[in-house]
Design a protein around this ligand. Structure first.
Ligand SMILES: [Fe+2]
Ligand SMILES: [Fe+2]
Length: 266
């Protein structure tokens, strides 16, 4: 079972660039083409938020068009750049998205690896939260299937990365309570996040946790406490989470055209 993750597409409307210079549609298109060349093909694709740059309907419509070449089941969760209700309306053909309720969280039970997708969005804020209602929902989903290996997806990381301006916008509310839930559930094999536009790996209450790079722009690695908020054009990327029956093995793939492959000479 291979689950691909792409994140922080920041897709703009036709004819416009993000931050005046980022062709986010080109980034996504190259990534989609690269996923389609994978053999074996991933069995599912999860998009972990900041799908649209301004949360507008035309951006989500463009997103659906750009994802159309992909044959595997596609799942989405919102990030801080998304608008929940516009996203829900634009993706009304995505039957797993809850039609009612305040949050776009859900569990996917169709695969050997159970997928739980969280909604950490606080409307009109860059930071994230898991309020009491969302924490209750997570606890219930995990408690109903304790023996089922589980991969959790969420936009905002619940830990500090060392990149100060992004840490100010991490999962601020509910991180400790979420950690206590995570610690209680041995079936969680991996937590996979977005939002920070870089590849990051650590542990969270005894579980591995990763941040996936963006398909568009990356956040500059600056570990100074007063480092400025800056992006650059380091190679975009995506992740493959491979469930081998015992553990999830995560690979990061750079998006782009690269020389090779070459056979080793000896
Ligand atoms: Fe983002
Ligand atoms: Fe974000």
């Amino acid at each position: 079972m291979v689950v691909a993750q792409i994140t922080d597409l920041h897709l703009t409307a036709e004819g416009s660039l993000a931050e005046g210079r980022i062709d986010t549609a080109a980034g996504l298109s190259h990534c989609v083409a690269q996923i389609n060349r994978l053999d074996p093909r991933p069995g599912a694709l999860m998009l972990t938020g900041d799908l649209a740059n301004l949360g507008r309907a035309e951006e989500y419509q463009r997103l659906q068009r750009l994802l159309a070449p992909l044959a595997m089941p596609i799942f989405v969760i919102p990030g801080n750049h998304d608008d929940r209700s516009i996203l829900r309306t634009a993706f009304d053909n995505h039957g797993y998205l809850p039609r009612q309720g305040s949050f776009l969280h859900y569990a996917v039970n169709d695969f050997p690896l159970r997928l739980i997708a969280l909604d950490t969005v606080v409307p009109n804020q860059g930071y994230g939260a898991l309020c009491a209602e969302r924490l209750d929902w997570i606890e219930s989903r995990l408690s109903e299937a304790r023996a089922q290996p589980t991969l959790i997806f969420m936009h905002h990381p619940p830990f500090a990365t060392g990149i100060a301006h992004m840490d100010a916008l991490r999962l601020i509310e509910g991180a400790d309570a979420f950690g206590a839930i995570v610690a209680r559930h041995a079936q969680i094999k991996l937590i996979a996040c977005g939002h920070v536009h870089r590849t990051i790996v650590t542990e969270f209450h005894g579980k591995p946790i990763v941040v996936c790079p963006s398909t568009a722009h990356q956040i500059v690695l600056n570990l100074q406490p007063d480092g400025p908020a800056e992006f650059d054009f380091e190679p975009p990327g995506f992740m493959l989470h491979v469930w081998d029956g015992a553990r999830v093995v995560t690979h990061t793939i750079s998006v782009g055209e690269f020389d090779g492959p070459y056979a080793f000479e000896d």
